[in-house]
Ligand binder design. Structure first.
Ligand SMILES: Cc1cc2nc3c(=O)[nH]c(=O)nc-3n(C[C@H](O)[C@H](O)[C@H](O)COP(=O)(O)OP(=O)(O)OC[C@H]3O[C@@H](n4cnc5c(N)ncnc54)[C@H](O)[C@@H]3O)c2cc1C
Length: 415
């Protein structure tokens, strides 16, 4: 078989019709005999190459610039061609901030959460607000470097020790926040209204003897509001120095680039190990992932009708430490209990990762995973709806992938 590419010419039906049309009489007539097909000397569009050419940024999420004339018809960019540099988002530098707004982030497990980004967006409202004169800078405080926070809106960054990422010791973070409060005199300090962030905020407020305005849902330099009485009342207040920001109240910023420059502190801001937790027994407990309610699970391993090797499915769940779930078909067939069903008539989940083996992605199933952050699909059918929904897909037999993954995990653990 020849390896030369097949170039199909595009047929132009309008041109063919025009060639057969005779306009001599009162009405146009169409000649019966076929005419030689008119072709436009164009190659067919290659959507993948067009997409590659339009890609202007890989990370943290792909961005495309469809206004570029990177691949006109017939000149599709071949795979592997280097993509030209992205039109850079202008860097916004606040060299001499008039005042500071601190954002004390959770950064659970070292990852910047959506709630963290929302807190930075809220802090920007206070830093940029025209009513407050603008010109303020947002200082993020979290474990890890500030690089990942520049596109979320951070001007300066204070890095907390890496070891604090997974510990539940709110006293330490509260001591660090109090030290920063004394050293930098920020106009506001915002915390996520999350279990951890709210714990820290209350300790800081108690230590400073200041009022804490919790669960802020709207914010401007001269007014902060939150809902109460089950949403039937709105409480408004002039923004206090210490506030916690409700989840999903502010849209994370997009298309901005700030410095997230490490803040030079004259004195060490992070209180040392001498700050001992008052809760002697506070630590995170390892729980059986299958004992978790599906709605609370963070990592879900889910099976559909394409799974037949249930032994491997159970072993993979154990190896990954994931909560097992399935489509309606497998629950109806008795492979998993009814309360493990994901979907419109099952449970709506909001996991960070949903690993779907052999699930077609019926609308009723997809309704159950709208809130999932990352979907990974394993399916033999490239055109399955679940593959379209997924961020990452493996087009292969689930029965091959499951034991391969288990082997890999065990090898890594033994290493
Ligand atoms: C009122 C109503 C409510 C419903 N509620 C729900 C609900 O809450 N949740 C729910 O899930 N469904 C629900 N359904 C059912 C839903 O419509 C689908 O029938 C069901 O989700 C299909 O399950 P499935 O994807 O596991 O199976 P299938 O549709 O049979 O798909 C199996 C998939 O596995 C792939 N596959 C096959 N073999 C392999 C292999 N060896 N390796 C990898 N992949 C393979 C196939 O390509 C296919 O994509 C509801 C239906 C109705 C009418």
């Amino acid at each position: 078989m020849s390896n030369s590419p097949i170039i199909r010419r595009r047929v132009d039906p309008r041109a063919e019709r025009a060639a057969r049309t005779v306009l001599t009489g009162p009405r146009p007539r169409l000649l019966r005999q076929p005419v030689a097909p008119t072709t436009i000397n164009e190659r067919r569009r290659d959507p993948r190459a067009l997409r590659t050419a339009a890609l202007v940024q890989h990370l943290p999420r792909p961005r495309y610039d469809w206004t570029r004339d990177a691949a006109s018809p017939g000149t599709a960019a071949p795979a592997g061609v280097a993509v030209t540099a992205a039109p850079a988002i202008p860097l916004r530098v606040i060299a001499e901030p008039a005042y500071l707004v601190l954002a004390m982030l959770d950064r659970p497990g070292g990852e910047v959460s959506e709630h963290d980004r929302q807190v930075i967006a809220a802090a920007r409202l206070l830093a940029d607000g025209a009513d407050a004169g603008g010109g303020g800078a947002v200082v993020t405080v979290a474990t890890g470097s500030g690089a990942a926070l520049a596109e979320a809106g951070s001007d300066r960054h204070v890095a907390l020790p890496e070891g604090w990422a997974d510990d539940y010791v709110p006293e330490r973070r509260a001591a660090a926040a109090s030290a920063l409060m004394a050293a930098l005199s920020p106009r506001h300090i915002l915390f996520p209204d999350s279990p951890d962030g709210a714990d820290v905020a209350r300790r800081v407020a108690a230590a400073a003897g200041e009022r804490l305005f919790t669960g802020v849902q709207s914010l401007s330099p001269d007014r902060a509001t939150r809902q109460s009485s089950g949403g039937s009342l709105e409480t408004g207040h002039r923004p206090t120095r210490l506030m916690t920001v409700a989840a999903d109240a502010f849209a994370p910023l997009d298309g901005v680039r700030h410095e997230a420059r490490p803040l030079d502190l004259a004195t060490p801001m992070v209180a040392g190990e001498e700050v001992l937790p008052r809760l002697g027994g506070a630590r995170r407990l390892a729980v059986d992932p299958d004992a978790l309610a599906l709605s609370e699970a963070d990592f879900i391993l889910s099976a559909g009708n394409g799974v037949t090797d249930w032994q491997s499915f159970a072993e993979l769940g154990e190896a990954l430490g994931a909560t097992r779930a399935g489509s309606r078909v497998v629950c109806d067939a008795g492979h998993l209990p009814r309360e493990r069903q994901v979907g419109a008539s099952g449970t709506v989940v909001s996991a960070r990762c949903y690993l779907a083996f052999g699930i077609a992605g019926a609308p009723q199933h997809l309704q159950g995973i709208t809130g999932v952050k990352h979907v990974i699909a394993i399916n033999t059918d490239l055109h399955a709806e679940m593959i379209k929904r997924a961020d990452l897909s493996i087009v292969a037999d689930a029965q091959d992938v499951m034991p391969a993954l288990i082997r890999l995990i065990r090898e890594r653990r033994n290493d």
